[in-house]
Design a protein around this ligand. Structure first.
Ligand code: 13P
Length: 312
């Protein structure tokens, strides 16, 4: 195991490659990455890297976003089968018909979409900035929001908007169970509940903090509580435990299982072995059709610019 890790690091050095990982990939892949982050941070980091090669350890849309932002770089993903159920739930032809059926609407799409769906979009958002970006759109402007209906419903509830929602969902976040979270809460009454906004409304209602993976991580580190029930993909617990070793993190279980973990099987397709092969062979390369990329980069850049501006 040590050999493969040092080989990965050697190859990355020799090839001037940067390894980026989402918080949901397995802990050994997170540990070897140069950078770990949520969807927004990965896009921001890709946009500014000086590396020649970007290896995106996550799901396919993350690699596509990096490839769109960095047309002069080689973007690799360790496993092309690592897709995203949310992105898959919003095929571009159907989304195009949906957009056409709502003329005059501003199209806001979650970053968890294919490049072709982004190409039909006015502004991309991630769970880190969706609320602020929607709030920055004039109140009288009607909005289509896709593809995550749970995130969309959450944004509607906190902003008072009435966005038209596409009915997609993340298969991992949609399966958290209110009953199981309440059972854990009964055993740990002081625990705070951390919930990703891709979860269904009744789960979101239990939350002490709703936020993107990075926002939940920061809350867990900085909040005075010492025990947290975490309702997002369980890969995030690795970084939480590393950053706050004295605190207790309990993964919220899915409704259909007796085991405690709620994992994204696509994120877990990314292994050290595949990462090694991908760096060695410089394959598979993520490619995006030039016309699609030319359209998709606009709403992504709009998000990056707005994100910077809204921070100030
Ligand atoms: P964030 O990375 O924005 O927290 O979203 C999680 C996710 O949906 C990854 O697929």
């Amino acid at each position: 195991m040590q050999d493969i890790k040092s080989e990965i690091r050697r190859l990355a050095r020799e090839k001037n490659a940067v390894i980026m990982a989402h918080y949901y990939v397995s802990p050994d892949v997170q540990d070897i990455a140069d950078f770990i982050g949520d969807s927004l941070a990965l896009a921001q980091k890709a946009a500014e890297t000086t590396a020649d090669i970007i290896v995106l350890c996550g799901v396919h849309f993350m690699g596509e976003t990096a490839a769109i932002l960095c047309p002069d770089k080689k973007v690799l993903v360790p496993d092309t089968n690592a897709t995203c159920s949310l992105a898959e739930s919003c095929p571009a032809p159907e989304f195009e018909a949906f957009v056409k059926a709502h003329p005059g609407h501003t199209v806001v799409s979650y970053v968890n979409t294919t490049a072709a769906t982004k190409a039909l979009t006015d502004i991309v958002v991630t769970s880190s900035n969706a609320r602020q970006i929607v709030e920055s759109i004039p109140a009288e402007t009607p909005i289509i929001f896709g593809p995550d209906q749970n995130l969309g419903a959450y944004i509607n509830s906190v902003t008072g908007r009435n966005m038209v929602l596409w009915n997609g969902a993340c298969h991992v976040h949609a399966r958290f169970s209110v009953e199981k979270i309440l059972q854990i809460k009964a055993e740990h009454p002081d625990a705070k509940v951390l919930v990703h906004p891709e979860c269904k409304g009744p789960v979101v209602k239990l939350a002490d903090k709703v936020g993107s993976t990075a926002a939940l991580l920061n809350f867990a580190i900085n909040d005075a509580a010492t025990t947290f029930i975490v309702a997002t993909e369980s890969g995030i617990l690795h970084e939480m435990q590393k950053k706050a070793p004295h605190k207790t993190f309990i993964p919220a279980p899915p409704d259909d299982s007796t085991c405690g973990c709620n994992e994204c099987e696509y994120m877990k397709l990314v292994t050290l072995e595949k990462l090694y092969r991908c760096l060695l062979d410089e394959q598979p390369v993520v490619t995006v059709d030039a016309d699609v990329a030319a359209k998709a980069i606009r709403p992504i850049n709009r998000m990056l610019e707005l994100s910077e501006r809204l921070k100030q």
